[in-house]
Structures are given as structure tokens and as C-alpha cells.
Design a protein around this ligand. Sequence first.
Ligand SMILES: Cc1cc2nc3c(=O)[nH]c(=O)nc-3n(C[C@H](O)[C@H](O)[C@H](O)COP(=O)(O)OP(=O)(O)OC[C@H]3O[C@@H](n4cnc5c(N)ncnc54)[C@H](O)[C@@H]3O)c2cc1C
Length: 302
Amino acid sequence: MSAFDDLVADGWALTDVQLGSLTTYKLGGPARFYVELRTREDLPTLANALADDRQPVLVVGRGSNLVISDQGWPGVAIRFGYAFKEIGIGPEPECPITAGAATTLPRLARETVSQGRGGLEFYVGIPGSVGGAIRMNAGGHGSETADWLLSAEVFDLSDGKFHTVRKADLGFKYRSSSLGPTDLVVSATFRSEPIDVESGQETLRQITRWRRQNQPGGTLNAGSVFRNPEGDAAGRIIDEIGLKGYQVGGARVSAKHANFFEADPDATAQDVYDLVHEVRDLVLEKTGISLIPEVQFAGPFA
Ligand SMILES: Cc1cc2nc3c(=O)[nH]c(=O)nc-3n(C[C@H](O)[C@H](O)[C@H](O)COP(=O)(O)OP(=O)(O)OC[C@H]3O[C@@H](n4cnc5c(N)ncnc54)[C@H](O)[C@@H]3O)c2cc1C
């Protein structure tokens, strides 16, 4: 028996858990092993198991940037549980804001604004978690995670230790960081600026309204599929070559925003993968622009 089989036998890990329902696309198959972290002490247990039984690791946040293969994930999928949703907002305006990895970004935006702390309002329209936002350097409305993050607490599954990593050491670039597959963001510390609560709430309303008007809400998607090329917008380019509505199987380019690809409930993850690659190839052929996917594919795809 492997270390993970033992953890399954103990009820600490699960097997064959469907991952699709943990993502916004709702697509994809099961994880071979699945661990929901309940406390910080679970992290060293996980590292010890991986030292004995080297399974490929996938951290699943809110799954809002993830497409899981129809065949599932061939290793261990990890999710941060309830204990990692805490937000700490100190009483003085200069106190940093702390948030656990599983904290949802809209909640962080709303709670900080309600305490007169500005900066994180842009998170109100991004349906991810703090851990996913740091990995992806999530951003929008003129701000990105790297602008406000001070440091992240990272548990490295390869050395079994917690590290405090300063923003400068996270290798942030547009929609990416230098975090590796064995680096798990456990919590984060952000700076903020004092704001008037009412004007902060008005900013939240404006962002929410803008999203409703410009993005295909209520559909299965994972936000922007491609990173924007320097000085341009992937959605504008895809629209210009007439690909709004372009369909592969049960996946199609949104008619509302051409950088959002929507899935029918009976679509497969492979349909989404094929659509992303067909659109990328058509854009390259017609414009010479090489679009880079922002959305993350996990597990085997044809
Ligand atoms: C409707 C919609 C609108 C969106 N708008 C935006 C937007 O404006 N701007 C933007 O940047 N993004 C946007 N996104 C994409 C997405 O919400 C962000 O990329 C978000 O940061 C992903 O967070 P998540 O928790 O969902 O991560 P997931 O999708 O679960 O995972 C994304 C990546 O982060 C890793 N990860 C997750 N948690 C951790 C952790 N604790 N430690 C280490 N790695 C981790 C995963 O392994 C994976 O590699 C949008 C998505 C949707 C569906």
C-alpha cells in the first residue's frame, strides 16, 4: 500500500472525487486522491505522504481559472478548507490585512471596504480565492494582486516547511507568478489605503455593474481565456476576425465577450481545450499574433 492508500484507509484522504463541481466550468473527471486541508498541521502530513509516494499535485482554489481533464487528475488534488478563510483587519489604518488562501476575493473586497480600507476593490468581480489570485497575479480595473500584496505565506511540499515570501520574490508578471507546483499559498498579507466607506462601496457597485454589462454572467466559463497581448485585448482580436459564436462541440466563443469561452452543460473539457487551440491557431494564421492561454488545463488532453 502507498502512503496515500494509507491516508485513504484512515479517512484522511479521499479517492475518486469529482473535481468538475469545484470549478466554474463544471467539467472534468475525478482526482485519484483528494485532500481537503482542515488545519495547518495537515500540510506537513501531506508533505510526508508525498515524500513517500510522489504523486503529481494540483491545488484547486475556486476553480475559476481551471479546466480539469475529462479523465480527471492522475495524482493528488488539494483544497484549502474552512480554516483558511479568515480575514484579519487590524484597527489602525496602517495595519496590514491578512487573508487565508481559501478566502474568496469578492468577500475580501467587500470586508476591506466596509472597514474603510481601500485597494482591493478590484477583487469584487473576480470569482477566485486568495491562493489562486497570488498564483495568477489576478487583476482588473487598473490594479493587480502584485500592487497590493506585501508577502505570502507559502508551504513548500518539497521541503515540508512554511516560508514567508516577500512580494519581490514571487516573480510577478502579467497574470503569472514564479510559484511552482509544490508551492502552496497558505495566507497572504496586503497593504491598503484609507478610504471613505461610502465611496468605496460606490466603486464596488460600479465594478459589479461593468461586469454585468460586459461579461457573460450566468454561463459556464473561466473568465478570460487568453492573456492580453501587450497594448491590445485578446477579445478585440478574436472578435475582429469574426470568431464570436465560433463553436467546437459544446464549447463556444461568447457572443458577449470574445475572450470568454462558454460551455454547454453537456460539453466536455476536451471541447474547451480544442476550442482554445483552434482559436489560437486561427488568430495566429490571420493576424500573426500568438495568443497565450491564461486558463490552466489540468490532467491529460488529446
Ligand atoms: C467570470 C470570471 C471573471 C474573471 N475575471 C477575472 C479578472 O478580471 N481578472 C483575473 O485576473 N482573473 C479573472 N478570472 C479568472 C480567475 O478568477 C482568477 O485567475 C483567479 O485568481 C483564480 O483563482 P481560483 O482560486 O479560482 O484559482 P483556480 O482556478 O482554482 O486555480 C488557478 C491556479 O492557481 C493555483 N492555485 C489555486 N489556489 C492555490 C493556492 N492556495 N496555492 C497555490 N496555488 C494555487 C491552481 O493550482 C491553478 O494553477 C475570472 C474568472 C471568471 C470565471
